[in-house]
Design a binder for this molecule. Structure first.
Ligand code: NAI
Length: 778
């Protein structure tokens, strides 16, 4: 093109970034990589090729990690962990700081290597991925420095197995490694098989930074290596990737006691109201869906636009799409680079080729090879597969809505809950919509904002756990101290009496009413001397379902103000106190013990404790580097099913119930298995309290059966087990179905009278974090 033509078209010229240094680094390493274990690179083993998706050229050979490689890496991490933790927060902070400095020093090398291996535009790797990775290490150097102050009573998990995807190779590595190291863990990380190079360069940086051997280990390989790492002797597994693999990992770790966080897929809504600044919203959309070619878990891939402006908005959008430049990732004027791998390209093609609706492909040149044009598919029905499935490519789907209510319904009509964007110049509209979205992150008049100080993570099948902020640190720590094995308590026996048909006294408490168990059976309950104490109904699957339905319907409780919830809990405490002597005697009769009075007294203080917390656990603003607010807000988890402990029937029930209620959850509680009659006492208390019908439902019956139904139920958001029965593995495996949250005891005891059963210990599990970003500026 001549100068005259350039002036006429005002087209950009190319501005290629040199790949020389990055390619030289690969060559210097021999272009064949082993793993990084115990502070040095191993000899390459059986290898596979990693290619530049933009050109198809082979960049290097990467070792396929075997089970024994994983074991060696885990052993190195294990050996290094004690000394690393003992180094103390400030000692670890220096190492993290040194890594951050070196990442900064070599940032261009990292950026080019990332773009070569992944195909993302250099503009993105240079201005987003690598700076954010540095910021993560700087921020977490600070977290290590302050750990003794801010994380009192918490210690490292130990060795963490971490598996990351290919879309943000170095950034995801940083999200995983920085907080883990800060809190005193050591790690074995497996990068994605298509993009291992920056993880290997990072290993080199760890060496240069003088990080003690074995603190960071990198084992390369595919999903088989990943699965081996998940099954290895690690204490915590952290995964980012597809929901399908996340589910497999939940199943594989079920019952193992390994802590688990999962950052999975999404189909995030991008909601544009008629009063939005349309040009900004179009520009935001470019960032939402064409950033990294749409290969972003929180991509704003589902456009919901108000009907009255839909045509105008689509017109502007198509015009903007036509201007996007697709091509060489190393060209600084490129907007959309290569798709990460031909396999991913075929997945995208297959999904779009079967599309209903109106398919618009950007009218812009697209190079041959692993590239895909920016695409918009409009007029899709909400239930259409493309509206529901993650495409993970530069493909936007769109539909329209008329009212804010409809926008919220459409936005939430998905199995995912990762992120959402809301565009409106009316702050009332935006802030009204944000809390109604089932989504871990909400961006108002913006998109794809991330920071190390702000938690990121999903609801529903987008996974659980948060990365970033104090919540991210919590996920890399556990309470100090070790728990003893839990002994199961058997119910007292009496004269052999078969389970009886229910007489008039034994009832369940569902939806605010005493109801007969569906099966019509009850068990006779005896005291320590074998005398009949009463009868407890035996709930079955149907009763669980009714209880869940009642809990779902009691939405009002979640909407009640924290002040109101506190008042209701105080009142329950007062009522309990009025009956304390009688209840203490009854407890002694049930358990054959003498701690009834202490149990009642502690239960009353737990209610007061939870009431006190109700309006003090709402979340807080986070100091992110922008003009605006990032608010990490606490929301109730939803419907929680809990199997209560055997040993302290009243205290167990109140300790679990009170904080969960304080946070606005609705509950299905299964009373102590050996001492179920507590449910009848509790029913009377609840009936004279102000807790709305359905907010607490009480069941009695065999924990094992009821746990299965709760863990399988799609409308239960979280299942907790403190039961003496061995339920942990079963619950975690079943919870994988819809990736509901679970919190189980792995057969370990808890001191129900001590602080570890105090309200604070339950608040995190009873809430989900939603990070709402509100940038501002005139
Ligand atoms: P993937 O979930 O299979 O891969 C992510 C990581 O998990 C890789 O390091 C892989 O080696 C590892 N892995 C695979 N199987 C494993 C197993 N059984 N146990 C442990 N680790 C395992 O994602 P993939 O196949 O690369 O992409 C498939 C689809 O997943 C994409 O089209 C996209 O829709 C979605 N995806 C979502 C991501 C997100 O951040 N939400 C990231 C990557 C992919």
């Amino acid at each position: 093109m001549g100068v005259k033509e350039i002036f006429e078209t005002m087209d950009y010229g190319t501005a290629p970034e040199g790949a020389g240094d990055a390619l030289a680094w690969i060559t210097d390493q021999g272009a064949r990589f082993g793993h990084f274990i115990d502070g040095s690179f191993t000899k390459p083993g059986e290898t596979f090729e990693t290619t530049n998706p933009a050109t198809g050229e082979v960049l290097a050979e990467i070792t396929q990690g075997s089970e024994s490689d994983v074991e060696k890496a885990v052993a190195a991490a294990r050996k290094a962990q004690g000394p690393w933790e003992k180094l103390g927060g400030p000692g670890r902070a220096r190492h993290l700081y040194a890594i951050a400095r070196l990442l900064q020093k070599h940032s261009r090398l990292f950026a080019v290597l990332e773009s070569l291996d992944n195909g993302k535009p250099i503009r993105e790797s240079r201005d987003i991925d690598i700076p954010l990775a540095q910021r993560h290490f700087y921020h977490h150097a600070g977290c290590a420095q302050l750990m003794e102050d801010t994380m009192q009573g918490r210690v490292a998990h130990g060795v963490c197995g971490q598996v990351v995807p290919w879309n943000f190779p170095l950034l995801m590595l940083s999200w995983k490694i920085a907080p883990a190291l800060a809190m005193g863990n050591t790690v074995v990380l497996k990068p994605a098989e298509w993009t291992s190079l920056t993880a290997l360069l990072f290993a080199d940086i760890c060496r240069q930074a003088g990080l003690p051997k074995g603190v960071v280990n990198i084992v390369t390989g595919d999903g088989v290596t990943g699965a081996a790492l998940v099954s290895a002797e690690v204490d915590k597994v952290a995964f980012t990737g597809s929901t399908e693999v996340g589910r497999k990992i939940r199943e594989a770790t079920a019952g193992s006691g390994k802590a688990l966080t999962l950052e999975l897929g999404g189909k995030s809504p991008y909601i544009v109201f008629d009063d939005a600044d349309l040009d900004s919203a179009v520009e935001g959309l470019v960032d939402a869906i064409w950033f990294n070619g749409g290969q972003v878990c929180c991509a704003g891939s589902r456009l919901l636009v108000q009907e009255s402006i839909a045509e105008r908005f689509h017109q502007k959008l198509r015009a903007r799409m036509d201007k996007l430049r697709v091509g060489d990732p190393l060209d600084k004027s490129i907007d959309v680079g290569a798709i990460v791998h031909p396999e991913q390209l075929s997945r995208i093609r297959a999904l779009v080729d079967g599309a209903e609706g109106d398919v618009y492909r950007a009218d812009a040149p697209v190079p041959e090879g692993c590239f895909y044009p920016p695409t918009l598919i409009s007029d899709l029905a909400p239930a259409s597969p493309l509206m529901q499935e993650e495409i993970f490519g530069p493909v936007l789907v769109s539909t329209t809505f008329r009212t804010p209510t409809e926008a919220v319904e459409l936005a939430n009509n998905t199995r995912y809950g990762l992120a959402a964007s809301v565009w409106s110049e009316n702050i009332n509209v935006a802030l009204d919509i944000a809390p109604q979205l089932v989504s871990g992150v909400v961006w108002i008049n913006g998109t794809n904002m991330f920071d190390a100080a702000a938690p990121f993570g999903g609801m529903r099948e987008s996974g659980f756990g948060r990365e970033g902020g104090p919540e991210g640190l919590m996920a890399y720590t556990k309470p100090a101290g070790s728990a003893k094995a839990l002994k199961r308590i058997k119910p007292f026996e009496g004269d052999a009496v078969e389970p009886q048909a229910v007489d008039r006294t034994a009832k369940l408490y569902i939806g605010g009413k005493q109801t007969r168990p569906d099966g019509g059976y009850a068990q006779v309950v005896y005291d320590a001397k074998g005398r009949v104490l009463g009868q407890a109904p035996i709930a079955n699957r149907k009763d669980v379902r009714n209880a869940v339905e009642a809990a779902r319907a009691a939405k009002g409780w979640a909407g009640a103000t924290a002040h109101t919830r506190a008042q209701v809990l105080y009142y329950l405490g007062e009522n309990l106190s009025a009956r304390s002597d009688e209840l203490a005697q009854r407890l002694n009769a049930m358990t054959g013990g003498k701690s009834g009075a202490k149990e009642v007294e502690t239960a009353i203080s737990r209610l007061f404790d939870a009431a006190a917390w109700a309006d003090k656990f709402a979340g807080e603003a986070r100091a992110v580097p922008m003009r605006g607010l990032a608010m990490a807000l606490r929301e109730p988890t939803g419907v929680i099913g809990a199997l209560l402990p055997d040993e302290v029937p009243l205290l167990g029930m109140i300790s679990v119930m009170a904080p969960a209620l304080a946070m606005g959850n609705r509950l299905v509680l299964v009373a102590s298995e050996p001492f179920p009659l507590i449910a009848q006492e509790m029913t009377q208390l609840l009936e004279t309290s102000d807790i709305p019908a359905g907010a607490v439902n009480l069941l009695t019956g065999p924990h094992e059966d009821l746990a299965k139904t709760l863990a399988d139920h799609a409308d239960v958001d979280s299942v907790w087990s403190f039961s003496g029965a061995d339920l942990s593995a079963g619950i975690e495996r079943r919870a994988a179905g819809n990736l509901k949250r679970s919190w189980v005891n792995y057969g370990k005891s808890r001191d129900w009278f001590g602080p570890e059963a105090g309200a604070r210990a339950f608040l995190d599990a009873a809430t989900e974090i939603k990070t709402v970003w509100v940038p501002y500026g005139a």
